[in-house]
Design a protein. Structure first.
Length: 197
């Protein structure tokens, strides 16, 4: 797989994950990220996904994926049983964000969280000038079809980390295929954090 053909979001995660580590991908979707991590970093990977069609796609790729609802918890996993737990583009879709995140931090030595930034300028523009719930590249659903339950920004997530005493070890702010260095809460469409407790 050519490195340049991998989405920037996945390239950042690929850089953060150490070779031959153990990874639990929560809400792994069609398994694209998990597949890349196994091929490029030789990780021992496992996924959890609720959507049947996505699970079939994962199995077709030879991935180890279980059918499950991450809102139900991770009680079957012992403390620090994975080097990394990944919640990429899934945290904003869970019902109980706090319990899912804390459970992930219990099970994983480190947790990688990726989410759309609901305070990006394109979202603000649509809300302010059009008076409509935004539809952007990182928020591609109409308000009545969106799987997102929590609408938070980079500043919101950093505030949560401070309150919950979660350490943000690494951060990446992205706009399409570029990293954002200046005013990420305004210009980044998505954010990635490597966190630990």
């Amino acid at each position: 797989m050519k490195y340049e053909s991998i989405h920037l979001e996945h390239r950042v995660i690929l850089e953060w994950v150490k070779p031959k580590s153990s990874v639990l991908d929560l809400g792994c979707g069609n398994g694209e990220l998990l597949y890349i991590l196994i091929k490029e970093k030789n990780v021992r990977g496992q996924g959890i996904e609720i959507d049947d069609q996505s699970i079939y796609n994962c199995v077709a790729k030879g991935l180890n994926v279980f059918h499950g609802d991450i809102d139900s918890g991770l009680a079957e996993y012992s403390d620090k049983s994975f080097d990394y737990v990944i919640l990429n583009q899934s945290l904003q879709q869970v019902k109980h964000l706090n319990s899912v995140l804390l459970d992930s931090l219990r099970v994983g030595k480190k947790v990688i969280v990726g989410f759309p930034n609901f305070a990006s300028y394109s979202a603000r523009f649509q809300l302010f000038f059009r008076g409509k719930v935004p539809v952007t590249a990182s928020l591609p659903y109409a308000w009545h079809e969106t799987p997102n339950l929590h609408f938070f920004s980079i500043v919101d997530f950093l505030g949560y980390c401070r309150t919950a005493q979660v350490k943000a070890e690494k951060r990446a702010y992205l706009h399409t295929e570029k990293q954002v260095r200046l005013w990420p809460n305004l210009f980044a469409q998505t954010a990635l954090f490597l966190i630990s407790k």
